[in-house]
Design a protein around this ligand. Structure first.
Ligand SMILES: [Mg+2]
Length: 216
């Protein structure tokens, strides 16, 4: 049973959206699929538990899904861009088989040293989505397993940022001094602060269940 304070903070965060969210941006590795450290083999794509069902529910509600990821393995010459495209296609087809439509997958292919504008937490990939799909930041939330995903959401002025504890999430949260209190259940809501997620959740299904059960 969530506390009143927690529910109030979630309500405040959601009210900032103006409307209920229409778009979800998702990081790929460690958020939707298991992080396999520079995955370049489509046969290695492994969806994380419960993600498909949770995302299918969002699609049924008319929410559009976008995958936004850093793929510096291309810039580091660990694999070719075609391998990244093949991995994305495999993930999309596994999801599509269960009723999940990914509207688009965008990624940064550059080496971190390239200082590009599109590597999260920079905003280039968001600007591309705005240009291609007319997304409104106040109707859009971001879910990822790294603090760079949280900062990306904040840099783009998105309605909500969610850090999940899958992939690198547990390590990232620990380094930032964030943790789930047992008595608060699988989600914890924070006051807005730079570099701090609005919500810390065990995984994508937990995060979406938390939002949907209260506000959709
Ligand atoms: Mg990730």
């Amino acid at each position: 049973m969530p506390g009143l304070r927690e529910m109030f903070k979630t309500l405040t965060a959601v009210c900032r959206m103006g409307k209920l969210f229409k778009n979800i941006l998702l990081d790929r590795d460690g958020t939707i699929i298991r992080d396999k450290h520079y995955l370049c083999d489509p046969d290695g794509v492994e969806l994380l538990p419960g993600v498909t069902v949770a995302l299918a529910r969002m699609c049924q509600r008319g929410v559009r899904l976008f995958v936004v990821s850093n793929q510096s393995g291309i810039g580091r010459r660990y694999f070719k861009e075609s391998a990244c495209i093949a991995v994305n296609a495999r993930m999309a087809s596994l999801l599509a088989a269960q009723g999940v439509e990914i509207t688009d997958s965008v990624y940064c292919r550059h080496h971190p040293d390239a200082m590009c504008h599109c590597r999260k937490p920079n905003t280039g990939l968001w600007e591309k989505l705005v240009s291609d799909y007319g997304l409104d930041p106040h109707e859009t939330i971001m879910i990822g397993d790294k603090l760079s995903d949280v900062v990306f959401a904040q840099n783009c002025d998105l309605a909500l940022s969610i850090l999940v504890l899958t992939g690198h999430g547990a390590d990232q949260a620990r380094k930032a001094g964030l943790h789930l209190h047992k008595h608060e259940g699988p989600c914890r809501v924070f006051d807005s602060a730079a570099g701090v997620p609005d919500i810390l959740a065990r995984d994508v299904p937990t995060a979406l269940h938390h939002l949907a059960s209260r506000f959709m």
